[in-house]
Design a protein around this ligand. Structure first.
Ligand code: NAD
Ligand code: ZN
Length: 246
């Protein structure tokens, strides 16, 4: 579909929906300077996920895993929400958007002002004690790795969902509820290959919702979407915002 036609289709979908939900992935934050996992320039071109983002990797070498997380925490803490994050937050205020479901761990949606944010994969600036379960907010990357719990001395781990781990139950339940009750889902910046999160657009579609995809590259979801917008998140959302507001 040509870009102009896809944009018109997307606007038409949004104008005829009473409940719109955004489902976001690492691509929406790439414009904030946070590397994605996949896609060109993604982190996995330089690191192997099974060596770093798994419980087994942490068991084997917590220091190595924490060094990688300390680097990423530093990037996230110095990043600012993008125009795309801010438009989504404003759409929620204007009641054009019911909420955001995100796979991101960077907290940028909340920092942009979004209030209803379902975090499927946790938060990178939070650590959790492997012994007593206490959670710790990190205001800076840990200076010594691996960091230990101030209360019980056990290892802390990043409070994110690793490959092979299950999603927080409440977040998953809320995400399924939002997905199955919306009329339209904006799927922004996700390669749609990480399960079970990638099921959500399919759940939405099966329940009758229209799908709008915002991604400069084609994904496994592309052939099922109603309006594919092949461009970056901020550019696509500002184009939509301008037409909707005008
Ligand atoms: P992904 O890395 O697998 O895919 C990123 C997608 O974003 C690609 O399809 C790419 O084409 C697209 N993209 C690149 N630039 C874009 C732009 N400017 N606008 C719109 N789209 C753009 O990411 P994923 O699907 O979210 O899944 C990977 C996992 O990575 C998630 O579970 C998440 O927890 C984790 N992750 C999170 C962050 C973050 O929080 N910012 C960063 C990296 C990875
Ligand atoms: Zn502890």
């Amino acid at each position: 579909m040509a870009y102009d036609a896809a944009l018109r289709k997307a606007v038409d979908i949004l104008q005829n929906s009473s409940s719109v939900v955004a489902f976001t992935g690492a691509g929406i934050s790439s414009e904030a300077g946070i590397p994605t996992f996949r896609g060109s320039g993604g982190l996995w071109e330089r690191f192997r996920p099974e060596e770093l983002a798994t419980p087994e990797a942490f068991e084997r070498d917590p220091e190595r895993v924490w060094r990688w997380y300390a680097w990423r925490i530093g990037i996230v803490l110095s990043a600012e929400p993008t125009l795309a994050h801010r438009i989504l937050a404003r759409w929620e205020d204007e009641e054009l958007l019911a909420g955001v479901i995100t796979q991101n761990v960077d907290g940028l949606h909340q920092r942009a002002g979004s209030r209803r944010v379902v975090e499927l994969h946790g938060r990178i600036t939070r650590a959790r004690c492997t012994g007593c379960g206490r959670s710790v907010e990190l205001e800076a990357p840990p200076e010594e790795v691996p960091p230990r719990c101030g209360a019980c001395g056990s290892l802390l781990r990043p409070d994110v969902v690793w490959f092979g781990e299950s999603l927080p139950e409440d977040a998953w339940r809320e995400a399924v509820e939002l997905s199955s009750s919306c009329d339209a889902m904006l799927v922004i910046g996700t390669s749609a290959v990480v399960y079970p999160a990638a099921q959500l657009p399919l759940i939405a579609k099966a329940a009758g919702a229209k799908l709008i995809e915002v991604n400069p590259e084609e994904t496994v979801l592309s052939r099922r979407v109603d309006a594919p917008l092949r461009m970056g998140a901020s550019e696509a959302l500002s184009a939509l915002d301008e037409i909707l507001g005008g």
